[in-house]
Design a binder for this molecule. Structure first.
Ligand SMILES: Cc1ncc(COP(=O)(O)O)c(C=O)c1O
Length: 353
């Protein structure tokens, strides 16, 4: 089975498992796990921040950061299709007591002008705007890259207005490889950055947040409060270190394969796919015009040995990753051709009934 549903599906490689097996460990709640400490120092250096904190997941990284930056009753600005707004269980309200202001984005990004219009003026009626969150790359927009110049401008405004900036960089690795802009260049515009090891980098578990020492001290408290104080977590940190050292540069291969697959999908009749969105390892296309239900489409594709996932009723997502080869892309293209044939027949049989 060629599994293109997500880049989170990767299995740790034999070499990664060896690194995990050999990891020196200690109790990380005591701050005594040497491998976790090494990972945190490595990320602090990579991001150009004072400190970093290993967390269980991307969601935990985002939510701990939001709590550490805000007070209950504050408002945070996000993009309307962002992971924080759509896929984190309402946690800004649940865990931090803040209200979320979603901005309509273009390919997952928004402009300084939009932020300027959204920041609340000081007035007894309003919540206080406290934080701006940016997602880069943007999952639901199709792995799109938030333009660097927009980040610069938004960050400048945030500083002028005394607002904090958080980067949901679950796939910042992909943005950095695709643009050639170093992680630290992105990170310097933010008060906190969250990075995932369990997506394109192929580690089994784990994310990390980076920021000032003072921010990380507060974040450590929230991580513990959320039940995220792990003990011999060095086993996981070893996988993360291995992933960074061996699977970061190769992300360009995932991008090349996604582009090839995206270019083919765009040629299929009645498929809506904005090729401009295929900037990294994610392809999102819409088969609405074909008149076929998305679930039916992915079921048919699975019967040809390829798995993709529905993102909305007629939207389908495919993600390239560590376990997807050039041959897999060829086979996926062949399977898509076959499914298109079947859809033709299926559509006819449905209309007859
Ligand atoms: C952009 C983005 N942020 C955060 C997350 C959350 O990561 P996790 O599943 O590790 O909680 C994801 C997961 O896919 C994501 O795509």
């Amino acid at each position: 089975m060629i599994d293109l549903r997500s880049d989170t599906l990767t299995q740790p490689t034999p070499e990664m498992r060896k690194a995990m097996f050999n990891a020196r460990v200690g109790d990380d709640v005591f701050g005594e796990d040497p491998t976790v400490n090494a990972l945190q120092e490595k990320i602090a250096r990579l991001t150009g921040k004072e400190a970093a904190l290993f967390v269980a997941s991307g969601t935990m990284g985002n939510q701990v950061s939001i709590n550490a930056h805000t007070q209950p009753g504050n408002e945070i600005i996000v993009e309307a299709n962002s992971h924080i707004f759509n896929y984190e269980c309402g946690s800004p309200a649940l865990l931090s007591g803040v209200q979320v202001m979603p901005l309509p984005g273009f390919r997952g990004s928004f402009t300084v002008g939009q932020v300027e219009e959204t920041i609340r003026p000081e007035n007894v009626h309003h919540p206080k705007t406290a934080l701006i969150c940016i997602e880069n790359t943007h999952n639901r927009a199709g792995g799109t890259i938030f333009p660097y110049q927009d980040i610069e401008q938004i960050s400048l405004l945030a500083r002028e207005q005394n607002l904090k900036m958080h980067l949901d960089g679950a796939r910042l690795w992909n943005a950095s490889i695709a643009t050639g802009i170093p992680i630290s260049e992105y990170a310097r515009h933010f008060d906190s950055v969250s990075l995932c090891f369990s997506k394109g980098l192929g580690a089994p578990v784990g994310s990390i947040i980076a920021g000032s020492q003072e921010f990380i001290d507060r974040a450590r408290y929230y991580r513990k409060a959320y039940g995220g104080g792990m003990r011999q977590a060095g086993i996981l940190a070893a996988a993360a270190i291995y992933a960074m050292d061996h699977h970061f540069e190769r992300l360009s291969e995932d991008h090349r394969r996604a582009k090839k697959l995206g270019e083919f999908i765009a040629t299929l009749p009645d498929v809506e796919l904005d090729l401009e969105t295929v900037q990294t390892n994610i392809i999102i296309f819409d088969i609405r015009k074909r008149g076929v239900d998305g679930q039916k489409f992915v079921d048919l594709l699975a019967s040809e040995g390829v798995r993709m996932i529905t993102f909305a009723r007629t939207k389908i997502r495919a993600v390239t990753h560590l376990h997807i080869s050039d041959m897999d892309i060829e086979q996926t293209i062949a399977a898509l051709k076959k499914v298109y044939d079947k859809i033709e027949k299926h559509t006819i049989s449905v209309s007859k009934n």
